[in-house]
Design a protein around this ligand. Structure first.
Ligand SMILES: Cc1ncc(COP(=O)(O)O)c(C=O)c1O
Length: 433
């Protein structure tokens, strides 16, 4: 599938590391909710000569000559992104989700301004106000969280905090939250309290593009996302502005000039937060968006949700505590505190058995982020391999066997063999010679 003839002779060490990674991806069960396997077409677009090209600016408005062909790629990416999300405007240049969020903050906040983001320990992301991230260092973050009794976002709390604190921005979105987010309710709270609404749909973007869960686009002033999770594109970020008339209404800049929202966000990406865009990655984003516009992608997204529900239910049936009792999306958290083990110990044992997950804090966790009381699971990558409900039940039982006897090397060895066999039945990538 992949041709590495030049790399193999030019740099055997890097070649070997890539072959090792192909084998690891082929032979392990990838349950990290934020990972996926891109198509061969996406990897080919990624490995192309557009990496050579400087293209600061936007299509047909560049600071460099020679942009005729990269303009074609970026226009296709932008137009496809707008069709996919029913958006008015897309900026496909952010190098990552974190860069997209930084650009959004730059456009909407000044240092020291208040914004509300979901508590990291309740499922929020590092870029939503963590004290070690620019979002928490430069801005005054007021966190909101989930209800202890239900595990669902506490919209009453969001409203109370917003009325009291009058933040400039409310950020709706999460990294470890399996329930649908009610963007319309967030927008209502934002309007009532004079805040702008930013949505970060990095995790469920593919499910939103498929029309299976509620979209942020009609409600949020700005939506940011990654392109590599459920959307199954190359590693990267994107900013979307909704087709709700908001874009045309514009925003008054500090100098009193009225600009379209899209113009403000475009200049926050470049020159605000980045230099030259990664044109090879943008070409690969365009390919992934084309794939996501196919009817088969909607079937894939439906299968992800069904697989996630099945996996969560099968673990729950075995006595595992699923935060919020299940999932509406592709991801859920398992709280292991009733099993007498930490997330770190579970992650290690599962990795030794060939099952890749990540430790994760659970709401109201008493452990540190390096230890945690939970693990986060999601089947987007395994669904790409073709696995369905039957395999999710098998995976739940493999996980249970490892976690029920954490220190037992024999169990880990036997499960590891079964993992390899299961992977063999769902081939992924050819290994180069
Ligand atoms: C909700 C959310 N936003 C932003 C990001 C950051 O994306 P990246 O890792 O591409 O910077 C992530 C990554 O996991 C995320 O989950």
């Amino acid at each position: 599938m992949f041709d590495y003839q030049f790399l193999k002779s030019a740099d055997p060490e890097i070649y070997e590391s890539i072959v090792g990674e192909i084998q690891r991806e082929n032979n392990t069960l990838e349950l990290i909710a934020s990972e996926n396997f891109v198509s061969p077409a996406v990897t080919q677009a990624l490995g192309n000569v557009m990496t050579n090209k400087y293209a600061e600016g936007l299509p047909n408005k560049r600071y460099y000559g020679g942009c005729k062909f990269v303009d074609i790629a970026e226009e296709l990416a932008r137009e496809r992104a707008c069709r996919l999300f029913d958006a008015d405007h897309a900026n496909v240049q952010p190098h990552s989700g974190a860069q997209a969020n930084t650009a959004a903050f730059l456009a909407l906040l000044k240092p020291g301004d208040k914004f509300m983001g979901m508590n990291l320990a309740h499922g929020g992301h590092l870029t939503h106000g963590s004290p070690v991230n620019i979002s928490g260092i430069y801005f005054h973050v007021i966190p909101y969280g989930v209800r202890k009794d239900t595990g669902y976002i506490d919209l009453d709390e969001v409203e109370d905090i917003a009325r009291r604190e009058k933040p400039k921005l409310i950020l709706a979105g999460a990294s470890a939250y399996g329930r649908e987010i009610d963007y319309a309710a967030f927008r209502q709270i934002a309007d009532e309290t004079g805040a702008k609404l930013m949505a970060d749909i990095a995790h469920p973007a593919g499910l939103i593009a498929s029309g299976l869960i509620k979209s942020s686009i009609p409600h949020a002033h700005i939506t940011t996302t990654t392109t590599h999770k459920t959307l199954r594109g190359p590693r990267g970020g994107m900013i979307l502005v909704g087709s709700n008339g908001e874009n045309d209404m514009g925003i008054t800049t500090p100098k009193g000039k009225v600009k379209k929202w899209s113009e403000v966000f475009d200049s926050a990406v470049f020159p605000g937060a980045q230099g030259g865009p990664l044109m090879h990655v943008i070409a690969a984003k365009a390919v992934a968006f084309k794939e996501a516009l196919e009817p088969s992608f909607k079937e894939y997204s439906k299968q992800i949700i069904s697989n996630a529900k099945t996996l969560a239910q099968a673990l729950s049936d075995k006595g595992y505590h699923i935060v919020s009792g299940g999932t509406d999306t592709h991801v859920f958290l398992v709280d292991l505190s009733n099993r007498g083990m930490t997330g770190r110990a579970a992650e290690r044992a599962l990795e030794n058995a060939g099952i890749t997950v990540n430790k994760n804090m659970v709401p109201f966790d008493t452990q540190s982020p390096f230890v945690t009381s939970g693990i986060r699971l999601g089947p987007p990558a395994m669904t790409t391999r073709g696995m369905k409900e039957e395999q999710m039940r098998i995976i739940a039982s493999l996980i249970d066997r490892v976690l029920s006897d954490l220190e037992n090397e024999d169990v880990i060895r036997t499960v590891s063999k079964e993992v390899t066999e299961l992977c063999r039945q769902f081939p992924l990538y050819d290994v180069p010679d």
